[in-house]
Design a protein around this ligand. Structure first.
Ligand code: HEM
Length: 249
């Protein structure tokens, strides 16, 4: 993004507060509203700075016109700045925490990754399927259609439960098994395709892959040593806290 390293803790706190919209212990609606205002103000200031002094970063691209002269309006820039930072942060850290938890629960899969760290790529996809960091997205049908025998009228609002699709027994063999070698793995963790498919999918998979590849080479055993409370959220599958003991190899 081009956000200075020294400001990252602000972004992290705002992003957490926005994800905690429906969790009164972790912000609630009031903290979310304040975080949106603060983050939009921060984005505006950073955008103005990059307009004055462009740099080789994403914010500069977001405030610049494309080759046809199209440019985001100030409101679109604010919304996109928040979307990018929250979508890129909460999801990957929930995946990583959920992956650590899964490896602690299924030590045979951890031993498999240690024996062959090149499995980290398929493991990253399996972690996203297993965790389903974003549980649900809503869509509005633009034409009359039918899904799974269910008629849907133009204008109907529908909920796409990605978390359920990711355990679909008609699609996955043993969907309740955490299998780091699962391939193919047609999960819908990043959406089901189309124009809104996750823009950060490749970055996210790379982050998760590199982290677990490095851990597998260094960490012998992972143990969860206490309760792992979940974020109360209809949208995110988040672990709020997870005490972990790791034993070096
Ligand atoms: C494991 C990590 C991630 C998961 C599970 C995830 C999941 C998703 C899902 C399900 C969607 C909606 C797809 C749809 O409606 O069809 C989405 C959209 C989006 N994601 Fe991600 N995401 C992840 C990481 C990231 C990262 C790292 C970034 C940014 C660098 C990012 C930026 C976005 C943006 C901007 C959109 C909106 C795209 C649009 O509406 O056109 N995501 N993501």
């Amino acid at each position: 993004m081009g956000i200075p390293r020294s400001d990252r803790h602000h972004i992290f706190e705002w992003s957490k507060a926005i994800a905690g919209q429906t969790d009164h212990e972790h912000g609630g609606a009031e903290a979310t509203r304040q975080a949106v205002v603060d983050m939009a103000g921060y984005g505006d200031a950073l955008g103005a700075e990059r307009r004055r002094c462009p740099m080789d970063d994403t914010v500069t691209k977001m405030v610049s016109a494309d080759d046809k002269g199209n440019q985001l309006t100030p409101e679109e820039f604010q919304a996109f700045f928040i979307l990018m930072t929250v979508a890129g942060n909460e999801t990957t850290r929930y995946s990583i925490a959920g992956g650590v938890e899964a490896f602690a629960q299924f030590p045979d899969q951890w031993a498999r990754l240690q024996a062959d760290p090149t499995l980290a790529r398929t493991a990253a996809e399996e972690i996203v399927r297993w965790v389903s960091p974003t549980k649900v997205f809503r869509r509005t049908a633009v034409v009359d259609t039918e899904v799974g025998g269910q008629p849907i009228g133009a204008g109907d609002k529908i909920m796409a439960h990605l978390v359920s699709a990711n355990r679909d027994e008609t699609v996955f063999t043993d969907p309740e098994t955490f299998d780091i070698g699962r391939n193919p793995n047609p999960h819908l963790g990043f959406g089901g395709g189309g124009p809104h498919f996750c823009i950060g999918k490749h970055l996210a998979v790379l982050e998760i892959e590199l982290l677990f590849e490095a851990l597998a080479k260094r960490v012998g055993r992972i143990e969860i040593t206490g309760p792992t409370p979940r974020l109360r959220s209809y949208h995110f599958t988040g672990i709020v806290e997870m005490p972990v003991r790791i034993v070096a190899r």
